[in-house]
Design a protein around this ligand. Structure first.
Ligand SMILES: O=C(O)CCC(=O)C(=O)O
Ligand SMILES: [Fe+2]
Length: 297
C-alpha cells in the first residue's frame, strides 16, 4: 500500500484536489489529529532568540496524529530571522569539511574550497543542484547503514542545542543527545523513497526532522509496507518528531511542491540574491538522530 500511495502523491501536481493530506495550516481533518497539551516549562527567552525560535511558547502549536502513535508535529516554531539563520547554516556551514557530501568524490573543488563558495564564484548552477545531502556527527553510511567510531566528526553545537530544547519542551524523559544528522537538499523533482531509519543503536530516543524552503508531502505508514500511509504537508519551519511506535515506521517524501503549485508558499525576499535563487528551487530537511544509548560512548 505504501508504494501505491507514494506513486499517487508523486504524480499529484496541485494540492487542492486532495483532501486526504493533513495540512496543519488549515486543519480540517480534525478527527485525525489532536493538539498536544504541554505542561509549563520554565525557559530563558534569550535562549529561544539564539535558537531562532518564537520566544513565547504559548504561540507554538503542537499536534499528535492519532493513528500514528508517537508522531508529533510542531507547526513552524521559528521566527523569520530564525529560519534564515538555519537555512544559511545548512547551505554555507554544514556543507563545509569535516562534514561529508554526496559530491565529495566528484573532484569539483580545489583543495580548501567548499561547495557554496565554488558555486557562487563559478556561477555553476549544475554543481549547485547536484548537492543532495550532507552528513554531520556520525556519518551515515549509505551502503552499510552502520555508524562507526571511525566515521565521526564533531556535531554542531547550535543544532544540538535546538534538538535538546525541542525534546525537553516535549517532555521526553531523557536528555536528547544529537549525534548524527543528515541534511537533505531536495528540488521539485526529488523524492525520497519509503524507508525505516533503524541504524541507530538507540531506537527509543526520538528522531527530529526539520524542514525549510519548499513545501513537501511527507508520507508515513506503519511497520510494514502493507499498512496504509498518512500524508502530511510539511511547510518551511515545520518539525516532525518520530518517537515510540512511529520511530520505526516506513516514511518517505513522494513530492516536493514548486512555488507555482503552492499558493501559500510565502517566500521571504529580503536576503541576498544567491540564497533567494537557491531557496526558490530547494527544500532542506535536517534529520537529527541520537545514535548511542547514554553511557555507551
Ligand atoms: O525529508 C524528509 O522530510 C525526511 C527525510 C528522512 O526521512 C531521512 O533523511 O531519513
Ligand atoms: Fe527517514
Amino acid at each position: 500500500m505504501f508504494k501505491e500511495y507514494f506513486k499517487f502523491y508523486k504524480r499529484m501536481n496541485t494540492l487542492d484536489q486532495n483532501s486526504d493530506i493533513i495540512d496543519f495550516s488549515n486543519v480540517v481533518n480534525t478527527e485525525l489529529i489532536k493538539p498536544k497539551e504541554l505542561k509549563y516549562l520554565t525557559y530563558n527567552k534569550e535562549k529561544l532568540d539564539d535558537l531562532g525560535l518564537k520566544r513565547d511558547l504559548s504561540d507554538w502549536n503542537c499536534y499528535e496524529i492519532l493513528n500514528i502513535p508517537g508522531l508529533i508535529f510542531i507547526k513552524n516554531p521559528f521566527t523569520p530571522v530564525g529560519q534564515k539563520y538555519w537555512i544559511k547554516r545548512c547551505i554555507v556551514d554544514y556543507t563545509k569539511k569535516p562534514n561529508r557530501l554526496n559530491i565529495d568524490n566528484h573532484h569539483f573543488f580545489q583543495p580548501g574550497e567548499d561547495w557554496w563558495t565554488t558555486v557562487n564564484k563559478t556561477n555553476n548552477v549544475k554543481l549547485r543542484d547536484q548537492l543532495r545531502w550532507a552528513t554531520l556527527g556520525y556519518h551515515h553510511d549509505w551502503d552499510t547503514k552502520v555508524y562507526s567510531e571511525s566515521a565521526k566528526d564533531e556535531f554542531p553545537t547550535d543544532l544540538s542545542d535546538l534538538s535538546k530544547f525541542i525534546t525537553k519542551w516535549l517532555q521526553f524523559p531523557n536528555e536528547f543527545m544529537a549525534e548524527a544528522a543528515i541534511v537533505n537538499f531536495y528540488h521539485p523533482s526529488s523524492t525520497l523513497s519509503g524507508h525505516i531509519d533503524h541504524s541507530e543503536y538507540n531506537l527509543s530516543a526520538p528522531l527530529l526532522s526539520i524542514s525549510f524552503g519548499l513545501s513537501a508531502i511527507f508520507l508515513i505508514g506503519g511497520h510494514s509496507l502493507d499498512d496504509k500511509p498518512t500524508a502530511v504537508l510539511l511547510r518551511s519551519g515545520d518539525i516532525i518528531i518520530m518517537s515510540k511506535e512511529s520511530r520505526l515506521c516506513y516514511h518517505g517524501v513522494p513530492k516536493v511542491l514548486s512555488p507555482k503549485n503552492d499558493q501559500d508558499y510565502n517566500y521571504d525576499n529580503e536576503w541576498e540574491e544567491s540564497f533567494k535563487k537557491y531557496m526558490q528551487v530547494t527544500r532542506i530537511n535536517i534529520n537529527v538522530r541520537q545514535v548511542n544509548n547514554v553511557g555507551n560512548d
